[in-house]
Design a protein around this ligand. Structure first.
Ligand SMILES: Cc1cc2nc3c(=O)[nH]c(=O)nc-3n(C[C@H](O)[C@H](O)[C@H](O)COP(=O)(O)O)c2cc1C
Length: 461
């Protein structure tokens, strides 16, 4: 047996990767990428001890990992020689960080349930080190409600979830569920484990939920109402919040923007779906930033067949979509809540009204129009809170996001973290009540021209 020697390397600290990385490999196709991950971590000066699940060795042999890590692979809980010295506890103490890549649905479920059926899951329960998992699975498995619920449990317990990404899958399908590339995981690990101690991390550990992008409200199977939001501002906020140390979940409408490293992304399409996704996450959130350009109105009923070009005129009956921002601010114990306001005129006046009416903590307002706001590389913001405001001049959305996150962190620190509110039956009932208050659809005056008035929607990009 190879007994790992504890180098005493603390996670991060000097800006380098943690010294002792315990890499768990479980039984998914993406395991073929894990030797490359080991190689990259070793090249950055880490000692990597691989622990394989039984399933993992169906995909890659232990000899391969031994060759790249220089250490004998551990894969057996019932190892008489190792356990003579309580090997599983020794491993758990040795690790500066436990990284599981790929993490199967089975492993994620076991960890969420607190099961310790093999060496890897036992070490994960026994360690005091940060645990980071990189899921990899078929897109339907990833979308499965049980897997999503298990991931939420892990996030709530402080376990970082890296990815997954979207793309071509081993099964021939296309969608979310691909393990992040080894280079991305290695880079994210630096951040996950404490990273550069000299970098300011004013949102360290703050559970942050951000919405981004537009929504699409179907008219018929091929047409929808949407707006010009690109999603870039919301994604830049997610990256900036992550860099500031937050645990970030990003709920996004349809966009083509890359998910920032270390951010868990949930894709939705309609305002209703965004509303529900937010309320599924919100009980475990300290900070909520509503940056999505959610459609205020949606067609009363989407036609089931494509509408034909027959009549000279047609009218759309629209109903109001649920108001996600107001419903979160109205919760009995709301997170620190930041909204966006996109206005074509009287920006300051409308933003202040919105701050008061929706009872949020901050509003970031911007002017939108033909040459500013939506779907552009740059923007400018005026940020309002109760008793103050500040203007952030024109800059790239990345720079604006960094400044806005710094401002939010300052005000968040003054207000203090949200009291813990476990998502029990009572909390669900409260959420349900808020949903009913904000979600009641209201018919509007015949508003066939609404699509051209999109700029009056809540937030902006
Ligand atoms: C060819 C093949 C590929 C698989 N790929 C995956 C995968 O990518 N992700 C996943 O969660 N499970 C996948 N599975 C299922 C797991 O291997 C199975 O759930 C196993 O029990 C996982 O055990 P472990 O998590 O202990 O390794 C695959 C199974 C087979 C036969």
């Amino acid at each position: 047996m190879t007994t790992p020697s504890n180098s005493g390397g603390a996670p991060g600290g000097s800006g380098s990767l943690p010294k002792n990385v315990l890499l768990g490999v479980t039984g998914g196709v993406a395991a073929y990428k894990s030797p490359d991950l080991v190689r990259r971590l070793v090249a950055r000066g880490c000692d990597v001890q691989v622990v394989m699940s039984r399933g993992a060795s169906q995909f890659v042999t232990p000899i391969t990992f031994q060759a790249v890590s220089g250490r004998r692979v551990r894969d057996e809980l019932w190892d008489e020689a190792a356990e003579a010295a309580m090997g599983h506890i020794e491993l758990a103490r040795w690790a500066d960080v436990v990284l599981v890549a790929p993490a199967t649905a089975h492993f994620i479920g076991s960890l969420a349930a607190g099961l310790a059926g093999d060496l890897l899951t036992t070490v994960c329960l026994a360690t005091a080190a940060p645990v980071v998992v990189a899921p990899a699975m078929n897109r339907q498995m990833w979308a499965n409600a049980a897997v999503q619920a298990n991931c939420r449990v892990l996030t709530e317990r402080g376990i970082r979830i890296l990815g997954p990404g979207a793309g071509e899958q081993a099964c021939g399908e296309h969608g979310m569920g691909r393990m992040l590339e080894p280079a991305e995981i290695a880079a994210a690990l630096l951040d996950a484990a404490g990273g550069d101690a000299s970098a300011p991390r004013p949102l360290a550990g703050v559970r942050t939920l951000i919405t981004a992008g537009p929504t699409r409200e179907p008219i018929d199977p091929v047409r929808y109402i949407t707006n010009r939001s690109s999603g870039r501002m919301g994604f830049a906020l997610a990256a900036a919040a992550r860099a500031a140390g937050a645990d970030v979940v990003l709920i996004s409408g349809p966009v083509s923007v890359k998910t920032p490293d270390g951010v868990r992304r949930i894709d939705v399409e309609t305002a209703e779906e965004m509303y529900r996704a937010v309320h599924r996450e919100i009980s475990s959130v300290d900070l909520f930033i509503a940056c999505a350009a959610v459609s205020d109105y949606r067609p009363h009923a989407a036609a089931t067949e494509k509408i034909k070009r027959s009549e000279p005129e047609m009218r759309l009956d629209l109903v109001r979509s649920p108001d996600t921002l107001a419903s979160v601010a109205a919760l009995p114990n709301p997170p620190f809540t930041v909204g966006f306001a996109a206005e074509t005129q009287n920006v300051a006046q409308h933003a202040r009204e919105k701050l008061e009416r929706k009872r949020v903590d901050m509003i970031a307002a911007n002017k939108v129009g033909p040459d500013c706001g939506f779907d552009r590389e740059t923007n400018e913001l005026t940020v309002f809170w109760h008793g103050g405001e500040v203007h952030i001049g024109e800059a790239s959305k990345d720079v604006l996001a960094e400044r806005l996150i710094a401002l939010i962190a300052e005000h968040y620190a003054k207000r203090g973290a949200r009291a813990a509110e476990p998502k029990g039956r009572a909390a669900e009932q409260k959420d349900g009540a808020a949903e009913r208050r904000a979600g009641a659809a209201q018919p509007t005056a015949g508003a066939a021209e609404f699509a051209s008035r999109d700029t009056q929607q809540e937030p902006s990009e």
